[in-house]
Design a protein around this ligand. Sequence first.
Ligand SMILES: Nc1ncnc2c1ncn2[C@@H]1O[C@H](COP(=O)(O)OP(=O)(O)OP(=O)(O)O)[C@@H](O)[C@H]1O
Length: 238
Amino acid sequence: MAALMEARGVVRHFGGLKAVDGVDFALEQGEIHALIGPNGAGKTTFVSLLSGRLPVQAGQITLAGRDITALPAHARVRAGIAYTFQITSIYPRLSVFENVALAVQSRGGDIAQGVASALARVNLTGFEAQEAGTLSYGHQRLLEVAMGLALHPRVLILDEPTQGLAAGEIEGFKALVRGLVPETTVLLIEHNMDVVMDLAHRITVLNFGQVLAVGTPSEVRADRSVQEAYLGGDHAAG
Ligand SMILES: Nc1ncnc2c1ncn2[C@@H]1O[C@H](COP(=O)(O)OP(=O)(O)OP(=O)(O)O)[C@@H](O)[C@H]1O
């Protein structure tokens, strides 16, 4: 069966810097796929290419067999790709409810019900009236996830979702992501190796803009080139 989302030979350079340099990638329907690699490996740039925040300079991206390479970001959202990025994109002066309501509204459907169900999934029920900018950083990340989920995406891309979460909140986050699949397919950039090894069905390792390895957590952990580039060093903690 063809992958839900595929990238072939995708390239994005910044001047002489080869941030993403010919990446082949496949996201299978229903999986939790982690993207890992040292700082600067090209992870955020690569998911920016998948989501359409940045145009590719070469290569092709498909969603369910459809070529979406030339689609702008908003059209990719409509096609079913939702994403949250390292830099929080919430509206800080609006309430938690209003933030999620904007996402629900962009998709259509009952607002109160859509907001309630998205907030329940990320354990933010009870925070509706709070101004979003006054939430803890970790809760702002969860609010972003709720905004993504409110779109009922086929693919949810999360960039460093556990950053700023307390240990107990990370457990809750793992349960949340496990509950999303297989209806939603999850691609996750994550530096916390415990989260990656515990949650991911498959892992892609990037290094210097190229794919170093792809496999299950145990395959990737056993890969010597991955150990040398990433897991063995001080990078593992992020
Ligand atoms: N808009 C840009 N202009 C110039 N260089 C950029 C731009 N965006 C990213 N880069 C560079 O591209 C390389 C890859 O960056 P990217 O953020 O994709 O890496 P990353 O793997 O996500 O790193 P991190 O784990 O630190 O978030 C880095 O060297 C970065 O400095």
